[in-house]
Structure formats: C-alpha cells, structure tokens
Design a protein around this ligand. Structure first.
Ligand code: PLP
Length: 400
C-alpha cells in the first residue's frame, strides 16, 4: 500500500465518525440501532435560507469570490458580532472558511512551529488535538473534572502555560459537556493571560446560541476586551441554523493573523462555496425565529433525557447549560460484570457493551480526554431518545 506522511499517520479519524460507522454497519446487518452519536442538528435548514441560496445561484453567484468571502457575507458577520456579542470588527478582520473546522485548522497551520504547545481544556472537541498534531504542534490537555463544572480554572491554566505555549483554545458552550463560562470566569482567566502576553486565544463559539439559560453565551472578548489583539473568534452557521452541510464558518481577529489565514487558504483551499456564502449571509441577516424554536426543542429533550439517565442507578449527568449533548458519568459501572461474563474496565468497554447488548450507539469519554464518561447526543427525536434511555436502563440492569 502507499506510504503516507508521518503528518497523517499521527492523526486518527474522528471517533464519532468511527462510532457512527460501526452503528451503521450493525444496522445493515439487520440489528435495531439507536444512534445517539450524531453531532449535527436534526432540523432542515430554514426555508428562507434555502431560498436565498436558490436566488443567488440564479443570479450568477457561481464564480470564485474573494478569498476571505464576499463583502456581503463579511458585513453580515460584522453586524452579527456587533448585535449579538457587542464586539466591533471590520470586514478586513474577518475571513469566511469552509466550516469552523477549516478556520481552526488554518489558524493552527498559519501559526504553529514544530513543538509549539496548545493548551486544550479536557473534555474537548475531538478534533483539536489531532489538528494540532497535523500542524506539528503539541496538544497539552488540561483535565477539567466534573467538580469544576468541566471548566478550566485560572490556577490550572497558569500551571499549563510554558515558554512554548502558542495557543489556548476555549469552547463555550462546550462539546461534549455544554459547560459555559460566565463573564466572571472569563475575567479570572484573562488575569492569568495578562501575565503571559505571548499566548494567543482561540474561542470556538459554534454553540453560542444553543443555550438553555437564556440569551447568547457571554463572549471572552466582551468580558476581557484587552485580549482583542491576540484572540481569534471562531464561529459559523452549522449548529445555529442547521447548516452543517453548507460548510460556512469564519474567523474574526487581528488583521495580521487573519491575513495569515488568508495566505494559507489561498494555496490550501481557495474561497468557500459562493452559494453557501449567500445562504449564510441570509441566515445572519434574516428572521431569527428558528434559533429560539430549535433551542426550545433541544431544551425539552435535554430535560427528559437527563431525567431518564439520572433515574438509572449507576449513571448520572449534570444538566448542560448549552450545546446538544449529555456527558454521562458511568464511573459506577466500572468493574461490573456483563451477562456473558465480561468485566467493564473502561468507558470504551461500557460503550461497546451498550452497542452490542442493546444497540445504543454513544461515544466514550476517552475520545474527549476525560473518563469514565460517554457522550450522548440529543440532536435526535424525543422518541429515539426515550427508546435509547429505556435500552440503556435495560443494559445497566443486566450488570452484576
Ligand atoms: N467546533 C465544535 C466544538 C464542534 O462541535 C464542531 C462540529 O462538530 C465544529 C467546531 C465544526 O463546525 P463546522 O461544521 O462549522 O466545521
């Protein structure tokens, strides 16, 4: 077979993709599978956004755009940042990318030298460490246990920073825990960062609107404006507007940094899809009713599913403040025995047992850097969730 580069051999495919593939394979074999792995909204993109894409296509928006994105889209992003986050940017400080994922990757590619460290609070989105590795950097996960609300403390941040630290990545609300930083918590982290002026900060704001405690999540830059000249704010339309397939994200930050992403992407990818850019602009400037409606649905599912999980002896989960996942503590199942004599030694074992015994697909905490947990997605129907919880209860009841 073909020898691939060390850069690629260092990284692993997304564990949620592998889990979904295993679940699909079992389903093809005729097993009844409840898939609670999905990381995308189960809603259709709102009609007015799809129509805007159709109009753009008819009007000839079918050519290369400026690399950073159309002025129309960047102005819509500028207006959004002002309106929703109280932040002031101009279009030259914004680059539209092929999803938030591409914004994060290009930022790392444009800044990391071999051996540079990136501080990543754990549990984290699975892609951060692998992206850092692909860019020759060193991921530095910092454990943020449940007792801390799965959040980074100022002391732990201080201890993690070294002379090699290039970035701190913050994701609030978080995938997989939903943990959301308050303005006061951001201030406390900013005080540590004040002592480390060379550390850049990336905020991954992709779940900012999937919030159960009312209103948009606080933004680091609103709480600590002094970080403006070294913070890159990453966001996109995937989760807020159910637009995962359209692939529009962006980065907003200091002009020189955004320019570096522009240079990198001009050779690595080119502009993101012209039609999707028109759709994203329509999403940002048009009627926002969908956001509140979908969050109300997620909230109902969160409450019902968390109550169901917390009623199962041996499982527990805190109520996430945002995003669409439950991060379930399965520590009390470790060491117990399955009906066919196996012993559950890790959360990977728990996840495999749930899949093989009752056909429920979830992702193990190991993938997110904190065990023993599993992540369950609530971006699916309440019937599916009820079925999933009932099956998990049966599987747990069968343990001795
Ligand atoms: N950031 C986090 C924390 C995510 O969970 C995801 C998607 O799963 C992304 C970024 C990627 O979003 P996009 O679809 O815009 O690339």
């Amino acid at each position: 077979s073909i020898r691939v580069a060390e850069r690629v051999r260092r990284i692993k495919p997304s564990p949620s993709t592998s889990a979904a593939e295993r679940a699909n394979q079992l389903r093809r074999e005729g097993r009844s599978i409840v898939n609670l792995v999905v990381g995308e909204p189960d809603f259709d993109t709102p009609l007015h956004i799809r129509q805007a894409a159709g109009r753009a296509m008819e009007a000839g928006a079918t050519r290369y755009t400026s690399l950073a994105g159309t002025l129309e889209l960047r102005q819509a992003i500028v207006a959004k940042l002002a309106r929703e986050n109280g932040l002031s940017f101009d279009p030259g400080e914004i680059i539209a990318t092929n999803g938030a994922k591409s914004a994060i990757y290009s930022a790392l590619a444009a800044t990391l030298e071999p051996g540079d460290e990136v501080v990543i609070p754990a549990p984290y989105w699975v892609s951060y460490p692998d992206m850092v590795l692909a860019c020759d950097g060193v991921p530095v996960p910092v454990s943020c246990p449940e007792e801390q609300g799965f959040k980074l403390t100022p002391a732990d941040l201080d201890a993690a920073i070294t002379a090699r630290t290039r970035w701190l990545i913050l994701n609030s609300p978080s995938n997989p825990t939903g943990a959301t930083y308050t303005a006061a918590e951001y201030r406390a982290l900013a005080e540590v960062l004040a002592r480390h002026p060379n550390v850049l900060v990336m905020t991954d704001d992709i779940y900012e609107h999937i919030r159960f405690e009312g209103g948009t999540a606080p933004h680091l830059l609103a709480a600590a404006p002094e970080l403006r000249d070294r913070t890159l704010a990453i966001n996109g339309v995937s989760k807020t507007y159910a637009m995962t397939g359209w692939r529009i994200g962006w980065a907003a930050g200091p002009r020189s940094l955004v320019q570096a992403l522009d240079t990198f992407l001009s050779q690595a990818a080119g502009n993101c899809c012209s039609i999707s850019q028109a759709a994203a602009a329509a999403a940002l400037t048009g009627d926002q009713g969908f956001v509140a409606e979908s969050v109300a649905v997620y909230r109902e599912r969160r409450d019902a599913t968390a109550a169901g999980i917390n009623a199962i002896p041996g499982l527990s989960c805190r109520l996430p403040e945002g995003a669409f996942y439950l991060f379930v503590n399965c520590g009390a199942l470790i060491g117990r025995k399955t009906p066919n004599g196996g012993r559950l030694a890790t959360d990977d074992d728990v996840v495999m047992y749930l899949l093989e015994s009752v056909g429920v697909a979830v992702v193990a905490g190991t993938a997110y850097g904190l065990s023993p947990y599993f992540r369950l997605s609530i971006a699916t129907s309440i019937e599916t969730l009820d079925d999933g919880v009932a099956r998990i209860a049966r599987a747990v009841a069968d343990l001795t």
